[in-house]
Design a protein around this ligand. Sequence first.
Ligand code: UDP
Ligand code: MG
Length: 310
Amino acid sequence: MSLVSVVVPVYNEEELIEWSHGRLKETMDSSGVDYELIFVNDGSRDRSPELLRSICESDPRSKMLSFSRNFGHQCAISAGMRESKGDAVVVIDADLQDPPEVILAMIEKWREGYDVVYGKRGKRKGETAFKLLTAKIFYRVLDSLTTVDIPVDTGDFRLLSRRVCDVMNSLPEHNRYIRGLVSWVGFKQCAVEYIREERTAGETKYTLKKMIRLATDGIVSFSYKPLMFAAGLGVFTAAASALYLIVALILDLCGVWAINGLYYIGGFILMALGFLMIAVGIVGRYLGQMLDEARGRPYYIIAEKVGFDD
Ligand code: UDP
Ligand code: MG
């Protein structure tokens, strides 16, 4: 029988972790597959670790990893994926805002041969207008900036096949924007749509600071466009000031407009600034290449080999 690992990041979730475990267990028991529940305690400061310890004692299918401090949601997911043994790995938040029953549909799709089944939020209940708006804007901005096709309105609730999980585990980069990396890995991917529920207890653990960190990690990890922005602005500034100088000179020579020397100096300074920005953009391009090398992502991933001996 195939084994499915369920990875659950946990940060200060004492109000709901037992309920969460119960509901996950119930769902997975009904799935007909063998499973393990891996709870990753991301440096919680409440009673979550104690509760998890007793959950693990009473349920042989539950396991816990505990971080020495709060490293963040994306690191917690990565650690759980690394420790997972399953033929498929599902990542789900501890608050179960993403209904665990959707896992059954994901497993179905995985059986049909998909390597990645991601949950797409058709609707999000009970979230603040601010969160909904910022999430919506962020996903669209990221989409327009990146070359990798990262599906909009999806979080980290998804199923990965063992081979995709192995590729993810082999990526050495530290600033991990998991949903982007999963898209980048490729293979056969599909979505299941669902309605995102309200949090049953506790508050969001994603502070504004953490949201900004996640958003900038996403953009920096998958786009060079901000680096090129300086160059673009530089070309515009240099061209505009050159045009201004030429027009001013012609008007001056024709005696239409006797220009004060300061206008010329201003024009030259602007043009020099433009060239400087172009230079910054060029440095940015090299920096981008260095980032690529430092990240050490493989430059291709083979999905299948036919007719080779090994
Ligand atoms: N989480 C975590 N580390 C953090 C912040 C959050 O492991 O630093 C966990 C949290 O316990 C939850 C999941 O990540 O299981 C998603 O967090 P949350 O539900 O607060 O985010 P939201 O749904 O509001 O975006
Ligand atoms: Mg949540």
